[in-house]
Design a protein around this ligand. Structure first.
Ligand code: GLN
Length: 481
C-alpha cells in the first residue's frame, strides 16, 4: 500500500471502502505528518483537530452502517486563511486579524464538508492575499516543498505547498491576479482558477471583490475536477455567483483532443520570459499537437497594459475593502486617547508594509481629481483585455500560455523591488481581468529541478474544456517534459 501522503481522492476512497484504514486513522496520519513537517515549511497557521475528528467519525459511522458515501468522503482538505471557517482562527496572514474566529463558514467550505471532506486546518498566505511569494505573510514565509530555499509562490503558497508536501489531498486557494495558478506552477501541482462567479465568494474575506475567486489545488486534474463539481454553482448568499448550469466536470475528461483549436498568443512569449520556461512551454505545446490539438496563432494586443491596470483596480478595491479593519469589530485593538488615534494605532500596527502600500495607492487612485486619470482608465483597459479574450476565443477553443514568466525564485531574492514582484503576474492578471477560467498544470522542470507550469485558459464558464485539456496533457506525461 502506498503512503496516504501520496493518495488521490479515489485512492483515499478505495482505502476507506476496503477498510484498509479508517477516516480517523487517516486524519491521525496527516496530523502526524504535519507535526513533523510544519516547523520546517510553515504551511499551516492553524489546525482544527476537533472538527476534523468529528467529521472523520461521521464518515467512519457511515462506512460501518454501509451507507452510500458522498463524493469526497474522508478527503483531507486544507483551506487558505482568507476563507472563513467557523470557530477556527482566520487571520488572512495579518496581525490585524490575529485571534479572529469567524462566526460562520464560507459556502465553499460548507459544500466541501457536506460532500464528506475533512478540514485539517488553515494555510499560510500573503497578507490579505497581496503578493506573489508568500513573503508578505505576517507569520513568516512558506518554504517550497520542492526546493526549500525557494518561495512557493503566492499568495496561496500554503495551500499549494500543503498538497505538494503531502500534508493535504486537496486544498482551497483564492486567486485575484494569479494567486492560485502561480503557486500551483511553483509547487508543481494542478491549480484551477474558475470563472468569475462560478464559485460563491460568501465567506471569502475580500481583497478586490470584482476579481477574487476561490478554486482548488489537487494532486491530479481529475481531483481538481471533483472539487470543482462540489463548489461550483449559484449561492443565494453571493449576488455575483452565477446561475449558469454546472456541467459534470468528470464525465468529459477522457474525450480525445482531436481537432481542438489551441490559441498561442505571441504576445506572451516576448520580453521577460525565462528561456527554460519558454523551452518547456513550447515542448508542452508540441505535446498537445501530438494529442490532436491544432495550433492557431492569436493576438492579445493589450497584454502589455495588464499589470499597470490591474494594480490600479486591485488596490482601489483593496483600499475600500480593508477600511473595515479598524479595531472596532475584528481582531486586536490598540487603545488611543481618541477614536481617530485608536484607528491609526490599530491599523498602523496591524497591517504590514505591502498592505499599507496598496491602501495608499488605492486611496490615491480613487481620490477626487485622479479618479478619471487612473481608475477610469484602468477600467477601460480591463474592457480591452476582456475583448482580446473574446476575439481570441472566436478563433481558438483554449489559449495556452506559461503560467509564470519565471520559475520559483529564492526566498528574499525579489523582496526589495515590489515592481519586479508584480511582473511575476504578467500572464495571470489578464485572465483575472477578463473573468475567464484558467488552470496551471506541471509542464516539466528547469535544469535545477524547479517546477514549471503551463496555463490553459478557456472562455467564461468553460471550466469543463479547460479541465479536459489539462487532464489529457497530464495523462500524456506533461509533467515530465
Ligand atoms: N500577486 C498579485 C497581487 O499581489 C495577485 C494576488 C492574488 O491573486 N491574490 O495582487
Amino acid at each position: 500500500m502506498s503512503a496516504p501522503a501520496t493518495w488521490t481522492i479515489s485512492e483515499v476512497q478505495a482505502a476507506l471502502d476496503s477498510r484498509k484504514i479508517s477516516a480517523r486513522e487517516l486524519i491521525n496520519e496527516f496530523y502526524a505528518r504535519i507535526e513533523q513537517a510544519n516547523p520546517k515549511f510553515n504551511i499551516y497557521l492553524a489546525l482544527s483537530p476537533e472538527r476534523a475528528f468529528a467529521q472523520a467519525d461521521k464518515i467512519d459511522a457511515a462506512i460501518a452502517a454501509g451507507d452510500a458515501l458522498p463524493p469526497l468522503a474522508g478527503v483531507p482538505l486544507a483551506v487558505k486563511d482568507v476563507i472563513s471557517t467557523r470557530g477556527i482562527p482566520t487571520t488572512c496572514g495579518s496581525r490585524i486579524l490575529e485571534g479572529y474566529k469567524p462566526p460562520y463558514d464560507a459556502t465553499a467550505v460548507t459544500r466541501l464538508e457536506n460532500a464528506g471532506a475533512i478540514v485539517l486546518g488553515k494555510t499560510n498566505c500573503d497578507e490579505f492575499a497581496m503578493g506573489s511569494s508568500n513573503e508578505n505573510s505576517a507569520y513568516g514565509p512558506v518554504r517550497n516543498p520542492v526546493a526549500p530555499d525557494h518561495v512557493p509562490g503566492g499568495s496561496s503558497g500554503g495551500s499549494a505547498a500543503a498538497v505538494a508536501a503531502g500534508l493535504a489531498v486537496v486544498s482551497l486557494g483564492t486567486d485575484t491576479g494569479g494567486s492560485i495558478r502561480q503557486p500551483g506552477s511553483f509547487c508543481g501541482v494542478p491549480a484551477m482558477n474558475p470563472s468569475y462567479g462560478r464559485v460563491s465568494r460568501y465567506g471569502l474575506i475580500a481583497y478586490a471583490s470584482s476579481l477574487d475567486r476561490i478554486g482548488p489545488f489537487a494532486r491530479t486534474v481529475r481531483d481538481a475536477a471533483s472539487v470543482m463539481s462540489v463548489i461550483a454553482g449559484r449561492d443565494p448568499r453571493d449576488a455575483t455567483s452565477s446561475g449558469a448550469a454546472v456541467p459534470d466536470y468528470l464525465s468529459g475528461l477522457d474525450r480525445s483532443l482531436h481537432g481542438l483549436r489551441m490559441g498561442i498568443p505571441d504576445d506572451y512569449f516576448g520580453e521577460g520570459i525565462d528561456p527554460e520556461v519558454r523551452e518547456k512551454i513550447e515542448a508542452g505545446i508540441r505535446l498537445l499537437e501530438k494529442l490532436g490539438c491544432k495550433r492557431v496563432s492569436i493576438r492579445m494586443p493589450n497584454t502589455d497594459y495588464a499589470i499597470a491596470a490591474y494594480y490600479i483596480l486591485a488596490t482601489a478595491e483593496a483600499s475600500s475593502n480593508l477600511a473595515r479593519f479598524d479595531g472596532v469589530r475584528y481582531g486586536p485593538r490598540v487603545p488611543g486617547a481618541t477614536l481617530m488615534e485608536m484607528y491609526k494605532k490599530t491599523r498602523g500596527r496591524g497591517f504590514g508594509p505591502e498592505v499599507k502600500r496598496r491602501i495608499v495607492l488605492g486611496t490615491y487612485v480613487l481620490s477626487a481629481g485622479y479618479y478619471d486619470a487612473y481608475y477610469l482608465k484602468g477600467q477601460k483597459i480591463r474592457a480591452l483585455i476582456a475583448r482580446d479574450f473574446r476575439e481570441a476565443f472566436e478563433k481558438a477553443d483554449v489559449i495556452i500560455t506559461p503560467t509564470s514568466p519565471v520559475p520559483p525564485f529564492r526566498l528574499g531574492e525579489r523582496t526589495a523591488n515590489p515592481l519586479q514582484m508584480y511582473l511575476a503576474d504578467s500572464y495571470t492578471v489578464t485572465g483575472s481581468m477578463a473573468g475567464v477560467p484558467g488552470i496551471s498544470i506541471p509542464s516539466g522542470k528547469t535544469s535545477k529541478g524547479l517546477p514549471i507550469g503551463l496555463q490553459v485558459y478557456g472562455p467564461a464558464f468553460g471550466e469543463d474544456r479547460v479541465l479536459h485539456v489539462a487532464h489529457a496533457f497530464e495523462r500524456a506525461g506533461g509533467s515530465d517534459l
